[in-house]
Design a protein around this ligand. Structure first.
Ligand code: AP5
Ligand code: MG
Length: 215
């Protein structure tokens, strides 16, 4: 099964993708994570994208399609979860072509709906385990009192993202509405779209996604 988690910044795509990996043994393909890895390891591509990402703008279609193509050609998986990809119509067309070449199908597109006010509150309170990538939130999922990540049980280091500030978030939201939200209609017209209420707590959203996937 191959699925897309579609939603604005802070909708909970990464949180739910990690849970689906555990539940269903699927592989999460997050273009945001791939780009941050390239940036942190100082590759040429990482240097090119660092400023664009910090501002909250979109990286070029060519770069992100290239990243996804390479993963699809090299990673064996019992299904992929596309998290933060596609984000433009060109990326959506490219993904359709790539899957068709592999004789694979896109089985579901889950749109996660969350109010803009809630997105801002979530984003400015987010931190991530530097060891395993587990996502925390100062308000809804705080870092444990002993300072050790509950997921990996090892790391005591938690990072905040360079683009998790109100200024960059405005740009990220604008990019979402201008470039990514047309994909809702695109996938609706392809009969692939399911909608979930992303405003519920993490377990409630997880349950709604399960219903959508198992329908
Ligand atoms: P990316 O990393 O994909 O960021 P994003 O889309 O802005 O989404 P986020 O990761 O911020 O949010 P999320 O939906 O994963 O939420 P999370 O689960 O963390 O992209 C970053 C940048 O890379 C882009 O701006 C762009 O520059 C570039 N890029 C990436 N892909 C690209 C592409 N395809 N094309 C072009 N450029 C690309 O949750 C957020 C917070 O809320 C956490 O604290 C979490 O604990 C909390 N939370 C989650 N669920 C709930 C809940 N149900 N209730 C309460 N709190 C919750
Ligand atoms: Mg994410």
């Amino acid at each position: 099964m191959n699925i897309i988690l579609l939603g604005p910044p802070g909708a909970g795509k990464g949180t739910q993708a990690r849970m689906l990996v555990e539940e269903r043994g699927m592989v999460q393909l997050s273009t945001g994570d791939m780009l941050r890895e390239a940036k942190d390891s100082g590759t040429e591509m990482g240097k090119i994208v660092a400023d664009v990402m910090a501002r909250g703008a979109l990286v070029t279609d060519e770069i992100v399609i290239g990243l996804i193509k390479e993963k699809l050609e090299t990673v064996k998986a019992n299904g992929f979860i596309f998290d933060g990809f596609p984000r433009t119509l060109a990326q959506a067309d490219a993904l359709g072509d790539l899957l068709a070449t592999m004789n694979e199908t896109l089985d579901a597109v889950i749109e996660m709906r969350v109010d803009d006010e809630a997105l801002v509150a979530r984003i400015v309170a987010r931190s991530t385990c530097a060891g395993c990538g587990e996502v925390y939130n100062d308000n809804t999922k705080p870092i444990p009192a002993d300072g050790v990540c509950t997921n990996c049980g090892q790391s005591k280091e938690f990072k905040r993202r360079a683009d998790d500030n109100e200024e960059s978030l405005k740009t990220r939201l604008m990019e979402y509405y201008k470039q990514t939200s047309p994909l809702i209609g695109y996938y609706y017209a392809k009969d692939s779209l399911s909608r979930v209420d992303g405003l519920g707590d993490i377990e409630a959203v997880q349950a709604e996604i399960k219903v959508a996937l198992d329908a």
